[in-house]
Design a protein around this ligand. Structure first.
Ligand code: F6R
Length: 232
């Protein structure tokens, strides 16, 4: 799964002569993809100097050097291992004094750079994409979210002390995500089997955020056997 996703991203990096904007996700699912991607970059000496990256989300209140911040995740899993200039890697700033202004700034930044060409997504057990929890209007742009209890519990596995999981995050909205020209959704592991069957068999509904992807014209879903086991 990771090899497939990494090859799709890598071929776009290789083929793009001008700027390419990648939308990136964090969490457990894309770790293998980043592992493969940096291996491909190392083996072929492929440059990433023409690439810009925009991450989906960041926790509110964690600094860049906090080990669980998504900036730290991206630096350690990918950016430190390829030749992308740091100033071309963007995440929302979860430490901004004015968080509403930060949301507007981030949305503007993506727009001013011509939008995301190819967006990598994971999915939450409750169907969230980015941190757009069930019930989020499909029209939302980048905004502050209160993380669902289920999401905090799922993410506690990355924290030494589970009570340290932040309650809020800045996330690209569903409408921001849907502006990407192309989307790759990764679905991995038995914990995602129910979400995957709801995605494949359910209707488009704001109570299941990932369902919106059915209305996007260019989506690839890469799923492993464990996550696909409930779907015929
Ligand atoms: C991460 C993100 C989230 C995760 C989702 C799945 O940037 O936006 O939507 O993709 O919570 O997380 P994992 O992969 O850890 O199961």
């Amino acid at each position: 799964m990771s090899e497939k996703a990494a090859s799709m991203l890598f071929s776009r990096v290789k083929e793009s002569k001008d700027q390419l904007s990648l939308g990136l996700a964090t969490g457990g699912t894309p770790q293998g993809t980043y592992e493969e991607l940096k291996k491909m970059a190392r083996e072929t000496k492929q440059t990433f100097t023409h690439v810009k990256t925009f991450n989906l989300d960041e926790y509110v209140g964690l600094s860049e050097d906090h080990h669980q911040s998504y900036r730290y995740y991206m630096n350690t899993h990918l950016f430190n291992h390829i030749d992308i200039p740091e100033e071309q890697t963007y995440l929302p700033n979860g430490m901004a004094n004015n968080l509403d202004e930060e949301c507007r700034r981030y949305e503007r930044l993506i727009e001013e750079n011509g939008g995301v060409d190819i967006q990598l997504l994971g999915i939450g057990g409750n169907g969230h994409i980015g941190f757009n929890e069930p019930g989020t209007p499909f029209t939302e742009k980048t905004h502050i979210v209160q993380l669902a209890q289920e999401t905090k519990q799922a993410n506690a596995r990355f924290f030494e002390d589970p009570s340290e999981v932040p309650s809020r995050a800045i996330t690209m909205g569903i409408s921001s995500i849907m502006c990407a020209k192309e989307i790759i959704l990764l679905v991995s592991g038995v914990n995602k089997a129910e979400a995957f069957s709801r995605l494949m068999e359910g209707e488009v509904n704001e109570l299941f955020p990932a369902s919106v992807l059915k209305t996007h014209e260019h989506v690839s879903v890469i799923v492993d056997e464990a996550a696909a086991k409930r779907v015929n």
